[in-house]
Design a protein around this ligand. Sequence first.
Ligand code: SAH
Length: 223
Amino acid sequence: RSGRAAALRARMEERLLGARFRYLNQQLYTGSSRDAARLFRDDPAAFHLYHRGFERQVQRWPERPVQRIVRYLRRRPASLVVADFGCGDCTLAASVKNQVHCFDLVPLSPRVTVCDMAKVPLAAEAVDVAVFCLALMGTNLQEILAEANRVLKLGGTLLVAEVASRFEDTRAFLRAMTQLGFKTVSKDLSSSYFYVLEFTKTGPARPGPAPGLRLRPCLYKRR
Ligand code: SAH
């Protein structure tokens, strides 16, 4: 019957989407941010597919991490200028009164400025808050976080929400962050899904290796 054939077809499409999402996701976590930029520039369809898969993943979680960032910003003055690195569909910008600079590789929303987050078109010390919500993806984390440091004002806030299982050694990670000019202000490690870390910029990033910065790739299981 055609109903059953359609259901089978839908299930096969679902499987294929899942497999392509996991493959793209793995590429984003195991290559540099430049590789990611090239990947999506050459194949914008891959980006949309990635985002459909991403949406599906986060819908399974009890809370969307970006909602935590929204709550944080609503408690603070709306005059603070924000940079959202890897903004996705710009949920953050749409949910707060603040001016939010939205950066991503492909525009899911007209608010997005398309760029590699390792090099954003902002002047030095232009923002009060820098956000990475599930967006610390490339292998060049140090370069990406140094860029956040560059655009942040001294005393400005860096917020990181990241999948809990990516942290191999949280203390080593936080220690490495001090080398990048960020002091830990608060850390919420209570969720088994994701951590929320808050830092202030204490000065410029110091060059040199910061091995503790490593995060595991976030590889989703087949379901
Ligand atoms: N912050 C959003 C989206 C998270 S998904 C949210 O919480 O809903 C991670 C996002 O980072 C994706 O939209 C992906 O395209 C983006 N991204 C990955 N590498 C990037 C890079 N090098 N430069 C800019 N954006 C990047």
